[in-house]
Write a protein that binds this ligand. Structure first.
Ligand SMILES: *Cc1c(COP(=O)(O)O)cnc(C)c1O
Ligand SMILES: [Zn+2]
Length: 415
């Protein structure tokens, strides 16, 4: 039987209890998967013939009745071998897992399909989240699909316009909170405490993490073996925790023999986890005013910090910061060498590669998977703002050729 467990004091709770924090110590919870049960199921069920997706791994997921599944076909995203980029950086085996290929354009859909299915199983009809953008885009889509009411709180003026558009289009009740993400989440937690009709679907909800662990399953199956290093952006720290849980579960049931080193990347202005790692500390010190161009990870007080630190320490991983300039350079490098357009937060693993090489954390021969967490169209503003607007020219062939520099230095331009 699956159950909920406090990650701090080990207190256990029924899998169907609506609870987000431990009643005894206020710690956050995780789903403990019954891996004996999973082993039995995967040895008899016909899952290997199904296509790559979150629900290919239904045997690992805590949804009791398949009738409750709400899906938009999430997961099954590409693992792209990046030869041109790898050569530029001096690596041999570099892959991007492009989570922007999910239905609403980010990995959040993996967790949301499971979270909303659990909400249906529990019989709730109003769902809520605080968001740096992608969680609200995803939740509002899944709420629409399932016919639930959706409330979303976001930090005013600090989320990509594409993400805001998604929440509006899908009909969420959207409130822009004057404050940062941490303030929004605080408001949402209080709303849930005051109204027990409202079901919380931030990543503090352990069912979100369950869906997101399928990222690790897919990477193992796509590569044939786990990579040496898994490099991920870290904001609220749910996703790196989820991936680590996934690698552990695949190993536990005999579907993998090794586990990767988990490497967390944060923006310099929002790096509580990296700060803790550098001090080899067991707790974090929240950052009061996080700041970065990578709005999806502009978080100072990550809910899942303990799970993330466990993942880093247990895997003999690492944690690294990158500057906003490095993030934007990496975003462009990825787009212009590999055809993958990822949002700024999603480019942080690429941004970290050179430093990780210099520091001897990763090696030329390592197989490395960087997770590109969300699509670049989510935050198209940043592109024109940072890289400038394209030129505008009269419909005159001479002027067009001149503006393209074709007349003067065509040969040099082709180099
Ligand atoms: C949510 C998000 C992150 C951060 O994930 P956490 O689980 O909060 O650490 C990173 N990148 C993108 C694009 C996201 O939407
Ligand atoms: Zn506890």
């Amino acid at each position: 039987m699956n159950y909920l467990k406090c990650i701090e004091c080990d207190a256990t709770y029924d899998i169907d209890e609506i609870i987000y924090k431990c009643g005894k110590c206020d710690g956050i919870l995780e789903v403990v998967t019954d891996l004996d049960e999973v082993s039995k199921k995967i040895s008899t069920n016909k899952w290997k013939g199904t296509s790559l997706s979150v629900w290919r791994y239904a045997d690992f997921l805590p949804i009791k009745d398949r009738m409750n599944i709400v899906t938009l076909n999430e997961g099954g995203t590409g693992l792209h071998r990046c030869k041109r980029l790898a050569e530029k950086i001096g690596l041999n085996k570099l892959f991007i897992k492009f989570e922007g290929e999910n239905p609403t354009g980010s990995f959040k859909d993996r967790g949301m399909t499971v979270g909303i299915s659990k909400a249906r199983e529990l019989g709730v009809s109003i769902v809520i989240c605080a968001s740096t953008g992608n969680t609200s885009a995803s939740l509002s889509a899944y709420a629409a699909k399932s016919g639930m009411q959706c409330i979303v709180l976001v930090p005013a003026g600090k989320i990509g316009v594409g993400k805001l558009a998604q929440a509006i289009a899908h009909g969420a009740r959207l409130v822009q909170v004057q404050g940062n993400f941490d303030d929004s989440l605080d408001m949402v937690l209080q709303l849930c405490e005051r109204n027990n009709q409202i079901y919380l679907l931030n990543s503090i909800n352990p069912f979100r993490i369950e869906g997101q662990k399928t990222l690790a399953f897919e990477v193992v199956e796509q590569l044939g073996v786990p990579p040496d290093c898994m490099i991920m952006p870290v904001g609220n720290a749910g996703n790196i925790s989820a991936a680590w849980k996934g690698f552990n579960e695949f190993e536990a049931v005999g579907l993998a023999e090794t586990k990767p080193r988990m490497i967390a990347v944060q923006a310099e202005g929002a790096s509580p986890i990296v700060n803790a790692y550098r001090k080899k500390a067991l707790t974090i010190e929240p950052i009061l005013s996080p700041e970065t161009v990578a709005t999806a990870i502009r978080i100072g007080n990550p809910v899942s910090w303990m799970k993330a630190l466990n993942a880093i320490y247990d895997s003999t991983g690492y944690a690294e910061t990158v500057t906003d300039q490095e993030i934007l350079d990496a975003q462009r490098l990825l787009a212009q060498n590999e055809g993958i357009f990822a949002e700024p937060a999603s480019a942080t693993p690429i941004a970290s590669l050179r430093n990780l090489m210099d520091e001897g954390v990763i090696d030329k021969s390592d197989s490395i998977v960087c997770v590109a967490t969300g699509h670049g169209l989510k935050d198209a503003d940043v592109i024109t703002r940072v890289f400038g607007k394209p030129v505008e020219v009269e419909a005159d062939i001479g002027k067009i050729e001149k503006s393209l520099n074709l007349l003067v230095k065509y040969d040099r331009w082709l180099e």
